[in-house]
Design a protein around this ligand. Structure first.
Ligand code: NDP
Length: 296
């Protein structure tokens, strides 16, 4: 455990261990999230990051189980490959088709997707609830899948999924419509945003356009689109203010970046591993530590 008050690391034979697997992992902020949580929650736990090569994920997860690792996070590019190494996959993670959190059971690790809960808690912290909303999702990759299934799970009124490759938007819309049991999602090519009828909506930016260092681009650059964005959430967290966010603000809407989503997906994993609940005050401490590290 890392003691924030006097910068001491105290690890002994009882210290629980959690890890991140991905490739590469050198840039990750996850150890900061979890080691800060362990410190402020008073848990004897350390969290480290391990690079694992593609094709070796099953062996790594089986080894982690035998070593008594309490829980794992899984990041790019292993969120799909890891599913072969598990004793079970949570229903919504299976629907999304990606696992980012492994929880230890008596029979092996079970897989979950906490991106969806991270997104929900980040939106709620900004005063945005998905229920009954019209939502426009930009993108149809892994992150957009979590956005779309959150809309299905929390019963958005209407969801438009816009993507450069429209076949991926169509596949995702069909999957969420089947999951929800009603026709909630409409797929559209990226350049057909003018066919959205609603005058006001929440926009979730889930493409990789605008990510550092390509900070001056937004996936849609037409100011007329942004006049209708009541709240815009960019899943990208670097830079802190993306070109998408500037356009939302320019159109009169409110916005936030993806740093809180990153934090809350970690908090959701931490809560599962430790059978605990992290309150707003504790999350606030983690957020200030994370902000300082992400933007220094
Ligand atoms: P994917 O590679 O799975 O998806 C990328 C998406 O961006 C696709 O929809 C793709 O469209 C689109 N895209 C890429 N290049 C272009 C382009 N030139 N023009 C138009 N569209 C383009 O990535 P992820 O879904 O995993 O991640 C997307 C973003 O979300 C990343 O920036 C990532 O950092 C962020 N993210 C943030 C998280 C957080 O906790 N804050 C969690 C997860 C992701 P197409 O299908 O046509 O290729």
């Amino acid at each position: 455990m890392f003691d924030l008050t006097d910068n001491k690391v105290m690890i002994d034979g009882n210290t629980k261990v959690c890890i991140l697997i991905g490739n590469p992992v050198g840039h990750t902020l996850s150890p900061l999230i979890h080691n800060t949580l362990a410190s402020i929650c008073g848990h004897d736990l350390v969290y480290a990051a391990c690079s694992v090569n593609p094709g070796k994920v099953k062996r790594a997860v089986e080894g982690a189980y035998e070593l008594g690792i309490l829980g794992l996070n899984v990041t790019v590019p292993h969120k799909i490959e890891v599913m072969d190494a598990l004793c079970g996959v949570d229903d919504i993670a299976g629907q999304i088709g990606a696992v980012n959190t492994l929880v230890r059971t008596d029979h092996g690790f079970k897989g979950y997707n906490t991106d969806i809960y991270g997104l929900e808690r980040a939106l709620l912290s900004e005063g945005v609830s998905i229920e009954g909303e019209t939502v426009v999702i930009l993108g149809a990759g892994g992150a957009a899948r979590a956005c779309a299934f959150l809309c299905g799970l929390r019963k958005a009124a209407k969801v438009y999924i816009l993507n450069r490759s429209v076949d991926k938007a169509e596949e995702l819309a069909t999957a969420v419509n089947n999951y929800s049991g009603y026709s909630i999602c409409t797929p559209l090519p990226l350049d057909k945003y003018e066919s959205i009828n609603e005058e006001s909506f929440v926009a979730l930016q889930a493409t990789s356009i605008g990510l550092y260092p390509d900070v001056n681009r937004a996936v849609i650059e037409d100011e007329a689109f942004y006049k209708r964005v009541r709240f815009g959430f960019d899943l990208i967290y670097k830079p802190a203010e993306t070109a998408f966010m500037k356009l939302v603000r320019g159109g009169g809407g409110e916005c936030a970046c993806g740093l809180k989503m990153l934090m809350y997906q970690g908090i959701a994993a931490y809560e599962m591993w430790n059978d605990t609940s992290v309150d707003d005050k504790q999350a606030g401490i983690v957020y200030s530590v994370l902000t300082e590290a992400a933007y220094r």
